[in-house]
Design a protein around this ligand. Structure first.
Ligand SMILES: *Cc1c(COP(=O)(O)O)cnc(C)c1O
Length: 385
């Protein structure tokens, strides 16, 4: 399925001790007894799902959360036995697969529950109920819907309600008006639930932003995503700095060709860049098929601890940079990460692309091998090719 070697000069480094550090720091900030679910959807935000999941569990996470049943099954196939919650939609016909693999699925529709309760399952199916308190995405919105679901769950032997959760839309913003509204809706649903369902279930509301900013308001579990990877959920939270995060991912490459061009020579498709004087131009073997999209033309990379701009259009597999001097083939190029005293962060790349930092590691495609390190030492490579 994946290889432990690779034969190219571009790779992503994932420092597992940073993930451990970020989980431990959050745990210290939470009320004692609050559990952490590590959110490892989308290949752990591009970092490598199995390795990150194992590290997170070792650092004290109680469970894992993903978006898709396929993602959960991948983790089970890797031998992970911790609780796994699928936070998104699971097709009712796939309920037996989830039950067999002890994967918890999210319930929020009585039609869905009707179909699932009519099936014969070999194992009990674990459920978390989703409440839509203002995200407007998935979840029940009223106590009537809640009662319908609870009644069906109570009537069905092979269904077991283990959790209830909601998701905040604005937990990372400075203005808390909407967030308070969501919290109030949650409390309304919560007080009804407490009256009609005496059995214990685990409640969870917080993502990275809410769990770091409002630790005292968290219930049994928090769902820790972006900040486990060392990135703040927004500039507001970055400035508040409730905990000191360490970014886990860096993106590296090497110069594979270096040449001196005369003034007036052009670079790459469309000949959009012309040299103004004699210029040293380096070629980097990474392109938009690796996730370094064409809009990053003009963005800097680090070579020799200094910034150098991407010149000309980014190609599918390669791009060119303007160098301040000649460098040997094989010189390290850092696209995300530190070199000497300078650093290009995922936040800086996100700002350049007018997007959020979440998108940046997710963009790095399957073609870029992931190298896992602990305290700077390489321990494993995952090459999907
Ligand atoms: C992705 C996701 C999270 C994690 O959010 P972060 O902001 O990355 O911490 C939590 N809950 C749900 C429902 C999600 O989809």
């Amino acid at each position: 399925m994946s290889n432990e070697t690779f034969y190219r000069d571009s790779w992503a480094e994932v420092e597992l001790s940073a993930i451990e550090n970020n989980i431990r720091s959050l745990q210290e900030r939470l009320k004692p007894g609050t559990g952490i679910y590590a959110v490892v959807k989308a290949n752990a935000y591009g970092h490598g799902d199995v390795q990150v999941a194992k590290e997170a569990l070792q650092a004290g996470a109680k469970g894992l959360a993903v978006s898709l049943l396929d993602e959960a099954i991948r983790l089970r196939e890797a031998g992970i036995e911790a609780p796994i919650l699928v936070m998104g939609w699971t097709r009712p016909e796939d309920a037996p697969i989830a039950a067999e693999n002890a994967i918890t699925v999210t319930v929020f529709q009585s039609e869905w529950l009707g179909e699932v309760s009519a099936q014969t399952l070999s194992h009990p199916l674990k459920l978390h109920m989703k409440w839509d308190t203002g995200m407007g995405r998935i979840g029940i919105r009223s106590t009537e819907e809640m009662d319908q679901l609870l009644q069906l769950i109570r009537q069905t032997n092979h269904l077991s309600l283990e959790g209830v959760f909601t998701h905040f839309a604005t937990a990372d913003e400075g203005d808390s008006t909407y967030h308070s509204k969501q919290e109030a809706r949650f409390e309304e649903l919560f007080s009804h639930f407490e009256r009609v369902w005496p059995e214990n279930v685990e409640f969870h509301t917080g993502n990275s932003a809410a769990s770091m900013r409002f630790p005292e308001r968290m219930k049994h579990i928090v769902r820790f995503g972006i900040s486990m990877y060392g990135l703040y959920p927004s500039s507001v939270v970055r400035e508040e700095r409730p905990i000191e995060l360490r970014p886990a991912l860096s993106l590296q490459s090497r110069l594979i060709h270096v040449k001196k061009l005369d003034p007036g020579e052009s670079i790459s498709y469309g000949a959009t860049y012309q040299t103004e004087e004699e210029e040293w131009i380096g070629t980097v073997p990474l392109g938009y098929a690796d996730g370094w999209i064409r809009k990053l033309q003009g963005m800097d990379v680090l070579v020799d601890g200094k910034r150098h701009p991407i010149v000309g259009r980014i190609c599918m597999d390669q791009f060119m940079i303007r160098l301040d001097q000649e460098y040997p083939i094989g010189t390290k190029v850092t696209l995300i990460g530190k070199q000497d005293s300078d650093e290009i962060t995922a936040d800086e790349v996100a700002d350049y692309l007018e997007t959020i930092n979440y998108e940046i590691p997710c963009m790095i495609s399957y073609r870029v091998p992931r190298m896992f390190l602990r305290n700077g030492k390489m321990i494993e490579v995952d090459n999907a090719l």
